[in-house]
Write a protein that binds this ligand. Structure first.
Ligand code: PHE
Length: 452
């Protein structure tokens, strides 16, 4: 934690930048740069984008506020927050759901982070410059379906997480405070570059023009899942971080800033990828491999492509690290604070679990490709179940908890910092938590199950 300011019980974020760095660090990651473009590509581009935007603003921001309120008012991990704020009710199952989601997500996330590391290493030695797009398809397929190389990268990535989690997160936070703005600048440069491509207008049209006929229950569910995943919502991640907020942190403003930055990064990723798909060839519906097939093609056409490529993948590894650290933190704080385990043992247990899941998920691109569960590979199953089912259910419960269970005064005090701030977002947040979020999430689930 970025921390210099001590209170008797907990070390708090000292500055506004510290708060933002942690929440944005968790939110911005592969979800924006890898997942958003592939989901948007698979679900009609503009239609997905519009739904994602609406969900982020009307559901994401209020639930982000709710998680911040839960965390700061209870000053504890997600399980403890439910217990402290509603001592007479049993919210443990929801706490377990959150911790379980946090356990599963690194299972597929680490696989993609491993791919990123391979692409970084290959770019750094100048071996990723393969020319035409077909070569990148081939390269990705051969690499991802092989057994050992992806596993070695997964081991290195989870090993890095382990070292950071044991040695403290100071170093990675300092590094990301400096380097994330660099990632931002690079994204702008690439976006401008993509807008000058021959396929720019087609790509931008695909991304920004909502084709209403593409809005069906699967698009809506995926867009909902994407907003939860991208904002790290529905699993208590932001609750845990908010337990370190100081009393002067402005909850509403932090939520809006985090959500806007997160959205902007995702939109940039789309603006970079889709013009390139339409220029160099490739399918918008390529799925999880989309970004890994298209990005190297973009770098190939840039002067000093290998340098850009290495720099970009390096920054992406860093962005992934700040996200995975926040996922592991949920399980580790649960094991230490609720189960009395030592931090070292909790970290060993959590990283080992992530590794086992990631090995199976990685092999599901190769030797285990035939193993389908609900006609999905293990990798896609983890991705789908967590983002589109578990996180929205977690979010629904958090909205109900904040909207109906905890004392309304707590919400007011937290949102206005004890009456010192104007309650601009308060009525909207309460309305959304009580009515909009529960209703929208329930309706989306029912329609996905073809019940309505
Ligand atoms: N929000 C992260 C991303 O976009 C992923 C994440 C999900 C992080 C859940 C923490 C918890 O990459």
């Amino acid at each position: 934690m970025t921390s210099t300011h001590k209170t008797p019980s907990r070390t708090l974020f000292a500055t506004r930048i510290g708060v933002l760095a942690a929440t944005v660090g968790s939110a911005v990651g592969l979800g924006n740069i890898w997942r958003f473009p592939y989901e948007a590509g698979a679900h009609g581009g503009g239609a997905f984008m519009l739904c994602n935007l609406v969900f982020t603003l009307l559901i994401g921001i209020p639930i982000l506020c709710a998680e911040f309120i839960l965390g700061r008012s209870s000053r504890s991990n997600v399980m403890g927050a439910f217990r402290k704020l509603a001592p007479r009710q049993n919210w443990r199952p929801v706490g377990y759901l959150c911790v379980f989601s946090a356990l599963l997500i690194p299972g597929f996330y680490s696989v993609v982070a491993g791919w990123t590391m391979e692409y970084f290493a290959q770019s750094a030695v100048g071996a990723l410059d393969l020319g035409a797009v077909e070569h990148y398809h081939e390269y990705f397929d051969t690499f991802s379906s092989s057994v050992w190389t992806p596993l070695i990268w997964i081991a290195i990535f989870i090993g890095l997480n382990f070292v950071i989690l044991i040695c403290g997160t100071r170093g990675i936070e300092r590094a990301s405070n400096i380097l994330m703005p660099v990632l931002f600048v690079i994204l702008i440069i690439f976006a401008v570059n993509s807008m000058c491509m021959d396929g720019a207008s087609e790509g931008l049209y695909f991304l920004f023009h909502p084709d209403w006929s593409a809005i069906d229950s699967s698009t809506v569910l995926s867009a909902l899942g994407q907003s939860f995943f991208s904002l790290s919502l529905g699993l208590g991640c932001m609750t845990t971080y908010a337990s370190y907020f100081s009393d002067s942190t402005r909850i509403g403003r932090s939520a809006v800033t985090t959500a806007c930055l997160d959205l902007i990064v995702a939109i940039f990723a789309g603006v970079i990828i889709f013009p390139a798909v339409f220029t160099y060839g490739g399918s918008v519906e390529a799925g999880p491999k989309l970004v890994f097939e298209i990005l190297p093609g973009i770098f190939h056409h840039l002067p000093f492509g290998a340098v850009w490529s290495a720099l970009f993948f390096f920054l992406l590894i860093l962005a992934s690290l700040t996200s995975t650290i926040s996922m592991h933190e949920i399980v580790i704080t649960f094991l230490t604070e609720e189960k009395g385990m030592s931090r070292r043992n909790a970290t060993i247990l959590e990283c080992s679990a992530a590794f086992v899941l990631a090995v199976i998920a990685s092999l599901s691109f190769g030797p285990l490709a035939e193993m389908k569960i609900f006609s999905l590979s293990f990798f896609s199953l983890l991705d789908f179940i967590t983002s589109n089912v578990m996180l929205p259910i977690g979010g629904l419960c958090i909205a109900i908890f904040a909207g109906y269970v905890i004392d309304r005064n707590i919400i007011r005090t937290q949102m206005t910092n004890n009456g010192r701030l104007h309650p601009t977002l308060l009525p909207l947040t309460i309305f959304s938590l009580r009515y909009l979020c529960p209703l929208a999430i329930l309706l989306i689930f029912l329609s996905s199950l073809s019940i309505i």
